[in-house]
Write a protein that binds this ligand. Structure first.
Ligand SMILES: CCCCCC/C=C/C(=O)SCCNC(=O)CCNC(=O)[C@H](O)C(C)(C)COP(=O)(O)OP(=O)(O)OC[C@H]1O[C@@H](n2cnc3c(N)ncnc32)[C@H](O)[C@@H]1OP(=O)(O)O
Length: 358
């Protein structure tokens, strides 16, 4: 299948996550393909002979001649995929129980055929920064292709995750608000798409309170285990925002529209038991034995035939995939407007002036 504009945008994000410098030759190739894919054949004036860097870039772009934009886009996506996958395989020893390097906001490990992706900003209650969104997308992409049976998300410290890091919205100058909102909407859509598309069973081990996007995404997980200390809170109206992560569709489907509305419109916080009763959580465990019980169970499940589990997950989920992509796109575009509203801007300012704690 031909690479879409969305694949192209995702690849552009992935390039920023490469840890190793791919070298000048590859960088020139990436530059040339990017220009060809976004602007078509080289139309810029040739730089002067002593302008070595710009001349090298111009030469690389010009060398692509009349290569169609779509082919350039595909080649760009393929090149980035090969750079990312060679980087992740060189970071991992085959068959070893390994902590994967290259992540700053996550701890990603592979053990017992399980890829564990742990939010790792315990001092900030695991709030998700822009960097963390990118690292999660990268980790999911790698986990979808590695030889693990399934992927598990959990949090380091007392929280599972406090949702979007509200600092993502600070330090934005008034004339940048519109552009930033557009940028975040694209990031959000790409981020949630990675969960919709994840091909293997996706499991959440909710070790403590969960807020915002870390809750809404649970509707796209296959199994959710929760400590009895966990709570589930989606304070979108308090923040002048609106639901994401496909929760506007998945939550009413899971718990019925009356219960979903209490959460998504009024921001009602659920206990783990309530979330279980409403079908968002598969099982609740006492906090004192949570880690031991859950991981023992997951290790047993991870020995089941991986292809059978993958196929079953896809059978369950794929019927609604297109619908979920459309819902994600709609939710992201509504949020793009919300982030520019006075309601939202005031709510974020209140959080940082500590007037309003959820
Ligand atoms: C690309 C953009 C995509 C956006 C997608 C849309 C997503 C939407 C959402 O996720 S909405 C939900 C956003 N989350 C919140 O509003 C939670 C805000 N945090 C709180 O209300 C509280 O911090 C708490 C209830 C989670 C925990 O309270 P408490 O136990 O009293 O701890 P502290 O408040 O002292 O927190 C410790 C430390 O962490 C910082 N922090 C916690 N959560 C966030 C956050 N979401 N964003 C930024 N910072 C956060 C908090 O400020 C403290 O920092 P400090 O020690 O003061 O430096």
């Amino acid at each position: 299948m031909e690479a879409s504009q969305k694949d192209f945008e995702t690849a552009m994000h992935q390039v920023k996550l490469l840890k190793k410098d791919p070298g000048n030759e590859v960088k020139l190739k990436l530059y040339a393909l990017y220009k060809q894919a976004s602007e078509g054949p080289c139309n810029a004036p040739k730089p002067g002979i002593f302008d070595l860097i710009n001349k090298a870039k111009w030469d690389a772009w010009n060398a692509l001649g009349s290569l169609p934009k779509e082919t350039a886009r595909q080649n760009y996506v393929d090149l980035v995929a090969s750079l990312s996958s060679s980087e992740s395989s060189s970071q991992r020893k085959p068959g070893a129980d390994s902590k994967q390097s290259g992540y700053e906001t996550l701890v990603v490990t592979s053990e017992d055929s399980i890829t564990k992706i742990m939010f790792n900003r315990p001092n900030k209650k695991n709030a998700i920064t822009t960097q963390m969104y990118h690292e999660i997308m990268h980790a999911l992409d790698a986990a979808g292709k590695d030889d693990s049976a399934f992927a598990v998300f959990t949090g380091n410290g007392d929280y599972y995750c406090s949702g979007n890091d509200l600092n993502n919205f600070t330090n934005v100058l008034p004339d940048e608000v519109e552009e930033k909102a557009k940028h975040f909407a694209i990031l959000l859509r790409n981020f949630v798409d990675c969960f919709i598309n994840f091909p293997k069973p996706l499991i959440a081990v909710v070790n403590g309170p969960a807020v915002g996007i870390s809750v809404t995404l649970l509707g796209l997980f296959d199994i959710v285990y929760a400590s009895d200390r966990a709570t589930f809170h989606t304070p979108f109206s308090h923040l002048g925002q609106s639901p994401e992560g496909c929760s506007s569709y998945m939550f009413p489907k899971i718990m019925g529209s009356a219960k979903a509305a209490e959460m998504l419109i009024f921001g009602k916080k659920l206990t783990a038991r309530e979330a279980y009763t409403q079908g968002l959580v598969s099982e609740v465990f006492p906090d004192s034995t949570f880690q031991e019980e859950v991981w023992t169970r997951l290790k047993t499940y991870s020995q089941l035939p991986p292809n059978a589990m993958k196929i079953s997950k896809q059978l369950i989920r794929n019927v609604e995939k297109e619908k979920l992509h459309a819902i994600n796109s709609k939710e992201s575009s509504i949020l793009q407007d919300r982030w520019q509203s006075d309601e939202c801007i005031n709510a974020i300012m209140n959080f940082f002036s500590k007037k309003a704690k959820l």
